[in-house]
Design a binder for this molecule. Structure first.
Ligand code: AMP
Ligand code: MG
Length: 497
């Protein structure tokens, strides 16, 4: 008796509604197109936790249809695939038109997390590919997949990543590598650069449409308030500045370097997006440059807050035709200067287990950062050990991390006194929930990538599990929370991806 076979699928049906609101903005904003298929795809990483959060059936992550669809080889039912156009400043210089050169927005789905855009990165040529090939390589796709979820695990606003698929199709970078596609998820992938695009061309109609779209769907509170002379576009600028200040404060506190803070990589929602040559600091070096393509250090770790402000200034410039008042635009940006340090200090106080704010906290924070910098002390290990020491459970004293132990002892004394005078008392619990044990250090990503190149994807999945719960102990994976090996310092990550 012959078995009845299911007919081949003509589309992946996720069982969701697709409002596709960005697509409805029309041809000024994007070009409709289909992803370009890749041969013989395979799964590299799957994020079952995010699938559950989105309200998707987990079984589809096992299906051939999903593998095909998230490689760009099969349509997703209800989607309206497109590449959007944007411009931007790259490394401080106006770069003109850019756009989704290798990302294709499948559409916007109504999920259990609310409306979410689902985007494929590395899915083929678009009208905005310029000199590029529309592809992404396996190593950078694994890094983006893991880092998106690592940031989410740390509680830092970010785009998410649902899966990575790979194909043996060759992709030429410095050497021949293989292709991969990351499926990214965010409420919106609109960037500062989308606004700069229309402003630079004096296309005020589409600029207003875009701003209204963002306000209506993501910042409704910007309308109908007395604030900033009741100007909704100035209110939008200020709201974006506040979110950006908070995001960068969290980067700084956890020791994260983005690496390419070009205005086209800045999310209008204040999400961390476009993971390229990012790095979590190993030894604490405030001037650390993580991007091999940035020899001047424009995007060094300690420059990130100022660069965020510079980028917001570009956004302000782009919104000026709508705000129609330069003083108002400047007034909208002004709070960044206090929002950022306030957000940073709040985060650092929490890292110190201090539940209330006191005068002198800033000095205490600055003093320890200075000591960490002087000794190039491992940033994440310091904070975790300090947390464990406060909790009374550290076998490894914090002081062993420092060459200048006298200076550390003096600081510890001040710290203990501050903890005792704090109304809330000392809170080891708070510290253990904000100072991660596991961060995506370069060498950890590198090890998982080397394995993946040999078609062993277990390292990717293990890291995903740890990074999604970075404050938990995971005693079986102790070695992944240790100091970086010497070779970690020789890893060079550039814009090539
Ligand atoms: P990035 O520095 O990765 O944010 O990319 C800057 C711009 O170059 C964006 O418009 C990207 O879409 C585009 N781009 C980067 N890599 C490629 C590629 N391999 N093919 C096509 N476009 C690319
Ligand atoms: Mg980009």
């Amino acid at each position: 008796m012959s078995e009845l076979l299911d007919p081949p699928a003509t589309a992946l049906d996720l069982g969701l509604d697709w409002p596709n609101r960005f697509a409805a903005l029309g041809p000024d904003f994007s070009t409709f197109l289909q992803p370009t298929p890749l041969p013989s795809p395979y799964w590299v990483g799957r994020n079952r936790a995010l699938a559950r959060e989105l309200g998707l059936e987990e079984s589809w992550l096992e299906s051939q249809e999903a593998l095909a669809a998230f490689t760009g080889n099969l349509p997703v039912a209800g989607g309206r695939p497109l590449a959007s156009v944007y411009s931007g400043h790259q490394f401080g210089v106006w770069a003109g038109q850019l756009g989704d050169g290798r990302a294709i927005l499948l559409g916007e789905a109504q999920t259990a997390l609310g409306p979410q855009e689902i985007q494929l990165k590395g899915s083929g040529l678009t009208p905005y590919s310029r000199m590029g090939d529309g592809r992404a390589v396996l190593r950078s796709s694994i890094r983006e997949f893991l880092c998106s979820e690592a940031m989410h695990g740390l509680g830092i606003p970010t785009s998410r990543a649902l899966c990575v698929t790979g194909s043996d199709a060759p992709v030429v970078r410095e050497e021949v590598e293989t292709a991969a596609v990351v499926t990214r998820v965010a409420p919106s992938f609109i960037r500062f650069g989308h606004f700069e695009h229309f402003a630079s061309r004096d296309q005020i109609g589409p600029l207003r449409t875009l701003a209204d779209f963002v306000i209506d769907h993501h910042y409704p509170e910007c309308r109908g308030s007395e604030h900033l002379a009741g100007n909704p576009y100035a209110a939008l600028l200020q709201a974006v500045a506040t979110r950006t200040a908070d995001m960068v404060a969290q980067w700084q506190a956890v020791g994260f370097c983005h690496g390419v803070m070009n205005t086209d990589n800045m999310s209008i929602l204040g999400l961390t997006v476009d993971y390229g040559p990012f790095q979590f600091l190993d030894g604490f070096n405030p001037g650390h440059i993580c991007n091999h393509s940035d020899p001047g250090g424009r995007y060094a770790y300690n420059k990130q807050p100022n660069i965020a402000y510079w980028n917001l200034f570009c956004l302000g410039q782009a919104l000026l035709p709508l705000i129609e008042d330069q003083e108002l635009a400047l007034a909208a940006l002004e709070p960044f200067k206090t929002d950022y340090p306030r957000a940073f200090e709040a985060r650092m106080r929490a890292k110190l287990g201090l539940a209330d704010a006191r005068e002198g906290d800033r000095d205490l924070i600055e003093a320890i950062l200075k000591l960490l910098a002087a000794g190039r002390v491992d940033y994440s290990i310091f904070w975790r050990r300090l947390s464990l020491q406060v909790a009374g459970g550290s076998a490894e004293p914090v002081r062993d991390l420092f060459a200048d132990r006298g200076a550390l002892d003096a600081w510890m004394l001040q710290f203990s006194e501050r903890q005792m005078t704090s109304g809330q008392g000392l809170s080891a619990d708070l510290m253990l929930k904000i100072n991660p044990k596991y961060v995506l250090r370069n060498h950890l990503g590198e090890q998982a990538i080397r394995q993946a190149k040999l078609k062993d994807f277990s390292g990717v999945q293990t890291l995903l599990t740890l990074l999604q719960a970075p404050f938990d102990e995971h005693p079986d994976h102790e070695s992944l929370a240790g100091f970086p090996p010497d070779w970690a310092a020789t890893i060079e990550i550039s814009c090539s991806s």
